[in-house]
Design a protein around this ligand. Structure first.
Ligand code: ZN
Length: 184
C-alpha cells in the first residue's frame, strides 16, 4: 500500500491536543493495578475504541493490542505480568469482522517480503478467514499457557463492525479444565 501524496505527519498536532488534555487531567491518583482486575486482548483496528465500546474508565483494565488480537508470545508475556504482578483475574478477547488479517494470505505475504528483501520473516502473520474460530483458537492457546493461573474467567467475543455489538464465542471444550501435566 502506498502512502498518499497529501500525507503529513500527525505528531505536532497531537502534541497540541495533548497539552489541551493535560489542562483537564485528573488521573494522577489512579492505582497501577487495574481496578476491575481485568485484561483485554484486542485487535489494533483503528475503528475499535475498547474503553468506549465496553464502558470502561481509565484505570479499569489492561488493554493489550496487536494485529488481529492474536495470542502471541508477547501477548502471553504481558498477560503473565498482568496476572502475577498486577493482580488481574479475568481475560477478555476481542476480534472483529472485516479484519485486515482476513484479507491477506500468509504464504503470499511472506513470499513477497522474501522476494523483495531476500529474507523471510521468522514470525507468523496469523491470518484467518473466520474471526469466530480465531477467537476460539486464541482462548485455547491461553488455556494451555502454564504461567497463567487465573483461567476460569476467559471469554472471547467478535465485534461486529456493522452494528457495534459484541458476539460471544464458545470455547473449545478440548482445551478446558486441563490438568497441569497437559500444559507444556
Ligand atoms: Zn483486526
Amino acid at each position: 500500500m502506498t502512502v498518499p501524496s497529501d500525507f503529513s505527519p500527525n505528531a505536532d498536532e497531537l502534541l497540541g491536543n495533548n497539552r489541551e488534555y493535560a489542562r483537564h487531567y485528573r488521573d494522577q491518583d489512579l492505582e497501577l493495578r487495574p481496578k476491575r482486575h481485568l485484561a483485554i486482548v484486542a485487535c489494533m483496528d483503528s475503528r475499535m475504541d475498547i474503553f468506549q465500546m465496553l464502558g470502561l474508565a481509565h484505570g479499569d483494565a489492561h488493554v493489550i493490542r496487536n494485529a488481529g488480537g492474536v495470542v502471541t508470545d508477547d501477548v502471553v508475556r504481558s498477560l503473565v505480568l498482568s496476572q502475577r504482578l498486577l493482580g488481574t483475574r479475568e481475560i477478555i478477547l476481542i476480534h472483529h469482522t472485516d479484519c485486515g488479517l482476513q484479507k491477506v494470505s500468509e504464504d503470499a505475504f511472506k513470499a513477497e517480503l522474501e522476494a523483495e528483501y531476500g529474507i523471510k520473516p521468522r514470525w507468523s502473520l496469523e491470518c484467518f478467514s473466520d474471526p469466530y474460530s480465531d477467537v476460539r483458537q486464541s482462548m485455547s492457546r491461553l488455556q494451555r499457557v502454564p504461567y497463567l493461573t487465573a483461567k476460569q474467567n476467559i471469554r472471547g467475543f467478535v465485534y461486529e463492525l456493522a452494528d457495534g455489538l459484541l458476539h460471544e464465542v464458545e470455547p473449545d471444550p478440548r482445551h478446558l479444565n486441563l490438568s497441569p501435566s497437559d500444559l507444556g
